[in-house]
Write a protein that binds this ligand. Structure first.
Ligand code: 8Y7
Length: 276
């Protein structure tokens, strides 16, 4: 299934399914495969059209997970979800070409690589998988990215970087209709950088099939509003609405039910504004 088969004119919601013991905000509660599957079913019931399964935390400073461990976390859950929900778009969040290939074999529809398919062999593997790709911008790597993020002009630089990666995909034989781009909120960015990017989501629209935005529960809200992670729902919904207003194709979130409502409201307002 390619993006044009499941992207709507409007904004769709991707639910985050962490299968890590050290994830951003689930704290390992969904490590057990059974619990992960229940959680995915709940998100689909709540209105998620896409489930993003991740077995390696990309939290700032997190240590990399060996392939064997990531595979053990992700593949059983992916396999079970593919069986249980044939019509839901299943995304796998990984930087490793081996796991991309194995996930595609088990029926993944989308490969979400926060590293932008820069690992050796990742582009070729992604091409041959037939999956849709999410190409995310990150300055540095997860271990060091928040140490000293710096840009002269963050929106221009992220736009140029994403455009260059889309060109690299095209050169490898991947059509842009398969590609989603993502400014990578919190990945090598200070608060001001994140705010600029979120205020210019529409700038990334034309270069690929759509834009994905993921800001749910991120530390930018801690900086902006001095809130702990469990109290970041409202600012996440504000960002989802503003991104949907600008035409984002996908919102990635931990809070599916509320985000679906926020996005639907923003879209109704957008339709009213456009007079259709
Ligand atoms: C993003 C992401 C994370 C994001 C895309 C978290 C895996 C941190 N953030 N993938 N992944 N975009 N495409 O808070 O913003 O969920 S991990």
């Amino acid at each position: 299934m390619l993006p044009h088969d499941w992207l709507t004119d409007g904004t769709t919601v991707m639910g985050v399914l962490n299968v890590t013991p050290d994830s951003f905000s689930d704290g390992g509660r969904f490590l057990d495969a059974r619990q992960a599957i229940d959680r995915a079913c709940q998100m689909v019931e709540d209105g998620a059209h896409i489930i993003d399964i991740g077995g390696e935390s990309t939290r700032p400073g997190a240590t990399p997970v060996p392939l064997e461990e990531e595979r053990r976390r992700v593949l059983p859950v992916l396999r079970a979800l593919r069986q249980a929900m044939p019509h839901v778009v299943l995304s796998v969040d990984t930087m490793k070409p081996e796991l991309m290939r194995e996930a595609a074999d088990v029926g993944a529809d989308l490969i979400n690589d926060v590293n932008g398919f820069r690992a050796p062999g990742a582009l070729e593997t992604a091409r041959d998988s037939g999956c849709a790709l999410c190409l995310m911008h990150m300055q540095g790597d997860p271990q060091t990215m928040q140490q000293a993020p710096a840009y002269d002009s963050v929106v221009d630089e992220v736009e140029d970087w994403l455009r260059a990666r889309v060109e690299a995909c095209a050169a490898a034989g991947i059509d842009r209709s398969r590609i989603l781009v993502d400014p990578g909120i919190g990945f090598g960015k200070r608060l001001a950088h994140n705010l600029s990017l979120l205020a210019h989501v529409d700038r990334f629209q034309a270069m690929a099939a759509g834009v994905l935005v993921g800001a749910s529960r991120k530390s930018m809200f801690g900086q902006l509003l001095d809130l702990p992670v469990e109290e970041r729902l409202a600012p996440g919904l504000a960002v989802a609405a503003v991104a949907a207003w600008q035409g984002a194709a996908i919102i990635r979130t931990h809070d599916v039910r509320e985000t679906v409502q926020a996005v639907a409201t923003a879209q109704a307002l957008r339709s009213a504004r456009l007079g259709r």
